[in-house]
Design a protein around this ligand. Structure first.
Ligand code: GDP
Length: 454
C-alpha cells in the first residue's frame, strides 16, 4: 500500500550504509531520497519540508550508542538504523493523538456528526462506527440526514437493519429538522450515542457548508468527524482544510486504506488541519474499521518493522531518564489516573502478579505465601483498566469531579461493566495513593535531588 514511501526510506537507508555517524553532510543525500518519495506519495510540500527539517534536527549531533542488546543478542547499530528510527518517531509524532478518540457528553447522548464529500465512504463509516461503539457497550442511534444522494437513506437503513441498530429519519423533512429531532428520539429509545450521516457533494460548495453549519448549530455535537477517502491523495488534504475552516473538525475517518492509497493523506492531515486521523476504513464491510494507530502506520510506511523493533528495545534501555522524570513528577503529587493506568499496564506486561511477587525479594517476607488480604488478582487489573478507560479526559485528570458529581460514577460504572461502588473505591484509593506519594516526595526532600527538578 505504501510502496513508494517504503522504497524511498530504503534508498535513504542505503545512502547511509557503512557510516557510523550522522552528520549534516552525510544526511542530506538520505533526506533527498525521502523527500522525493514523500512528494511522489502526494504528501503536501509544506508537510514534507517540516518533516525533513525535524528529522535533520533530531539526527545531527546526536551521540550514537553503537551496541544494542535485542532478543538476547548484541547487535551493532549503524547510522542508518538510527536514521530509520528517527524517521519512525517523527512520522509517528506527525500522526499521533493523545486521549480518547471520542469526546463523550457529560450528560445525555453523545453526538457524532459525520461530514465529507460524496463517495468518501461516509454512510458506510457511520454504520461501521455504530457497530464499533456497540461492541464497546454503547447504544448508538443512526440518523439518516443525507438527502443529497438519493440512495443514502435507504443504504443506511439497510446497514442499520443488518446490525440491529435503529436508524432515524423523517421522510419529507429537511436534514436540519431531522437532526434536530434525533435527540428526542434517542432519549425515547434509550440510546446514548447519536451518529448523524449528513449530505455530501462532489466538491465543497457554499450551500453544503451552510447546511452542515446549521446542523452543527442545531445539534451541538461533541464530535465532528470528517470522512476522507485516502485514495484521492492531496485532494483529501485540500478537502480536510476546507471542511475544517467552516466546521472545525475534531477528527478524521480515513477510508479505503485497503485500496491503492499512496499514503500521503494519512501523513498530512493532522499537520494541515490539526485534527488527527482517529479511525480507518479498511474494506467495504462494516467490520472493516479500526481505531487509527500512529505507531503502526509509521512502521507500515517505513516498511522496516525489524529495524524499528530493534531500536525500540534499545530506546527502552536508554529511556531510563524518562522514568526518572516520571518518578519525580509523581512524587510531587502530579500523578494522574493516566499514569496510574500506565503503571497497571506495565505490571500486566510483566506477566502474572503472583509470579512476579514470587520472584521478588519481597516474596521472602511472606514465608507462608502472600497474606490473604493482599489481593493481587490479575482480573482486578483488567477491571481497573476498564474503569479508567470509561472515564472522560476531564475525569482522568481531575478525579475529584467524580466526588463532586456522583452521576459520573454511575456512567463510568455502566460503561465499564462494574458496580458504582467499585468505581468510587478505585478513585478513593487513587487519591489516597497520590497523597501518599506527594507526602513521600516532600519528606524525602527529593525535589532538589532528582536531575532536572528544581
Ligand atoms: P458516501 O457517499 O460518502 O456516503 O459513500 P458510501 O458510504 O456510499 O461509500 C462509497 C463507496 O465506497 C461504497 O461503494 C463503499 O462500499 C465504498 N467504501 C467505503 N468505505 C470503504 C473502505 O474502507 N474500503 C473500501 N474498499 N471501500 C469502501
Amino acid at each position: 500500500m505504501f510502496d513508494t514511501l517504503t522504497r524511498g526510506f530504503r534508498q535513504a537507508r542505503n545512502r547511509l550504509a557503512g557510516l557510523t555517524e550522522l552528520t549534516a553532510g552525510n544526511i542530506d543525500a538520505a533526506l533527498r531520497e525521502v523527500r522525493l518519495s514523500l512528494l511522489e506519495a502526494d504528501v503536501e510540500i509544506g508537510v514534507v519540508k517540516a518533516f525533513l527539517a525535524r528529522v535533520k534536527e533530531a539526527a545531527v549531533g546526536r551521540t550514537l550508542e553503537t551496541r544494542v542488546k535485542h532478543a538476547g543478542e548484541v547487535h551493532q547499530v549503524s547510522a542508518s538504523d538510527h536514521f530509520i528510527k528517527i524517521c519512525h518517531d517523527e512520522l509517528e509524532a506527525m500522526m499521533t493523538h493523545e486521549g480518547d478518540e471520542i469526546a463523550w457528553a457529560d450528560s445525555g447522548p453523545t453526538g457524532i456528526m459525520m461530514v465529507g464529500l460524496q463517495g468518501s465512504g461516509k454512510t458506510t463509516s457511520c454504520a461501521k462506527l455504530s457497530r464499533y461503539l456497540e461492541k464497546q457497550g454503547k447504544k448508538p442511534l443512526l440518523v439518516a440526514a443525507d438527502m443529497q444522494r438519493p440512495a443514502a437513506v435507504e443504504q443506511l437503513k439497510v446497514l442499520g437493519e443488518s446490525l440491529k441498530i435503529p436508524v432515524f429519519n423523517i421522510p419529507g423533512e429537511s436534514p436540519v429538522a431531522i437532526c434536530a429531532a434525533a435527540r428526542g428520539e434517542a432519549k425515547r429509545l434509550g440510546r446514548d450515542v447519536i451518529i448523524y450521516d449528513t449530505a455530501g457533494r462532489l466538491a465543497i460548495d457554499e450551500p453544503l457548508m451552510q447546511e452542515l453549519a446549521q446542523i452543527k448549530d442545531a445539534t451541538k455535537p461533541e464530535n465532528v468527524f470528517l470522512v476522507v477517502d485516502a485514495m484521492i491523495g492531496q485532494d483529501a488534504v485540500k478537502t480536510a482544510r476546507g471542511f475544517n475552516e467552516r466546521l472545525s473538525i475534531g477528527g478524521v475517518v480515513l477510508t479505503k486504506l485497503d485500496g491503492d492509497a499512496r499514503g500521503g493523506a494519512a501523513l498530512s492531515i493532522k499537520e494541515v488541519t490539526g485534527a488527527p486521523v482517529l479511525f480507518t476504513g479498511i474494506g467495504e464491510t462494516t467490520d472493516k474499521f479500526e481505531p487509527f494507530r500512529a505507531d503502526g502506520m509509521a512502521s507500515r510506511i517505513l516498511g522496516m518493522g525489524d529495524v524499528v523493533g530493534l531500536m525500540q528495545d534499545f530506546e527502552e534501555v536508554v529511556d531510563q531518564k524518562k522514568a526518572e522524570k516520571d518518578a519525580a513528577r509523581m512524587l510531587q503529587g502530579d500523578f494522574t489516573l493516566e499514569d496510574f493506568l500506565d503503571q497497571v499496564r506495565m505490571i500486566q506486561k510483566m506477566g502474572s502478579l503472583k509470579d512476579l511477587v514470587d520472584k521478588l525479594p519481597l516474596g521472602g517476607m511472606f514465608p507462608g505465601g502472600l497474606p490473604q488480604d493482599v489481593n493481587l488478582d490479575d482480573r482486578e487489573l483488567v477491571r481497573i483498566e476498564a474503569i479508567i478507560q470509561s472515564m472522560t479526559r476531564l475525569e482522568k485528570s481531575d478525579p475529584y469531579a467524580l466526588v463532586r458529581e456522583p452521576k459520573r460514577v454511575e456512567r463510568i460504572a455502566k460503561g465499564s461493566g462494574s458496580k458504582p461502588e467499585a468505581v468510587s473505591e478505585l478513585v478513593q484509593k487513587f487519591l489516597f495513593m497520590r497523597q501518599m506519594m506527594s507526602g513521600l516526595g516532600q519528606n524525602m526532600g527529593l525535589m532538589g535531588k532528582i536531575p532536572g527538578m528544581k
